[in-house]
Write a protein that binds this ligand. Structure first.
Ligand SMILES: O=C(O)CCC(=O)C(=O)O
Length: 263
């Protein structure tokens, strides 16, 4: 509990950062929140989204935009990640997290053990993602203008060492967010390479953004669970699910109550 409070305290203290235009966003995956918009609907009406896209987000709670982020930008972020993971680049304030199973293995030191870099708002190279016009343009469809990047992460998923510790249990991001209103928060998650069922793509339960925030806890997994990878306690395994198979640069925008996870 004390550890969780410390993480939340640090998130509150450290992860907020404005972008010049006062309208920012998420990350390779992150969340953004608007400060001054009427929280009565899921989508702000503007000319960016088609009526079909608006209807789809309202119904399902997520929207995939193909080729949203240019691949040359992703290559830049990938190299930066490698530099940070192998410690040739030091950025104060970043939280570098290691997979619970891989970190213990003497055979895969270094980059492959790093599963996540959190709070990359402190790194000017990675933080550029949050201000990409291609991303911000869509973020504003859900948050409205005057946006703040709140939670920034770059996730690395090496092959599972056999313990399934690379799984991310089904959860709602709002569980981690001590800010509201939920309707004006959106997560942007960009695939950095082709993702599909066999390499751990995101899985979403469409429509669950209309439900409430569920109790979360650490799942009872044999190989252990990565830090802060909480899952929904009463997860509904029979609910229809969609595997989001995406190409590099494709970006999914989703509501913070949408139940999702990955394998
Ligand atoms: O990319 C993944 O593996 C899952 C990430 C995720 O669901 C999250 O961080 O909220």
């Amino acid at each position: 509990m004390a550890e969780r409070l410390e993480v939340l305290r640090r998130q509150l203290q450290n992860t907020t950062k404005y972008v010049d235009r006062i309208d920012v966003t998420p990350s390779i995956t992150s969340a953004a929140v608007s400060l001054d918009v009427d929280p009565t609907q899921y989508v702000i009406n503007n000319s960016v989204l088609t009526p079909e896209q608006i209807a789809s987000y309202e119904t399902n709670g997520f929207l995939v935009i193909k080729k949203c982020v240019p691949v040359d930008k992703l290559e830049l972020y990938r190299k930066r990640f490698q530099g940070i993971a192998n410690k040739s680049v030091i950025v104060p304030g970043l939280l570098v997290m290691r997979d619970v199973a891989i970190a213990k293995s003497e055979f895969v030191p270094g980059e492959k053990a790093v599963t996540k870099i959190q709070d990359f708002c402190y790194d000017p190279v990675l933080f550029e993602y949050c201000a990409l016009p291609e991303v911000v343009k869509y973020v504003e469809c859900f948050t409205g203008p005057n946006v703040r990047a709140m939670h920034t992460m770059i996730i690395n998923k090496p092959p599972d060492p056999g313990t399934k510790s690379s799984r991310h249990p089904m959860h709602q991001d709002l569980h981690y967010f001590p800010f509201r209103p939920a309707e004006r928060i959106v997560c942007a998650w960009t695939a950095m390479e082709r993702i599909h069922r066999d390499n751990g793509c995101l899985v979403v339960l469409p429509g669950t953004h209309k439900g409430s925030l569920q109790p979360h806890e650490y799942p009872d997994w044999k190989g252990g669970v990565n830090k802060m990878y909480h899952g929904i306690r009463n997860y509904m395994p029979d609910h229809p699910r969609v595997h989001l198979e995406m190409d590099a640069g494709d970006t999914v925008f989703f509501h913070p109550l949408l139940i999702h996870g990955s394998e």
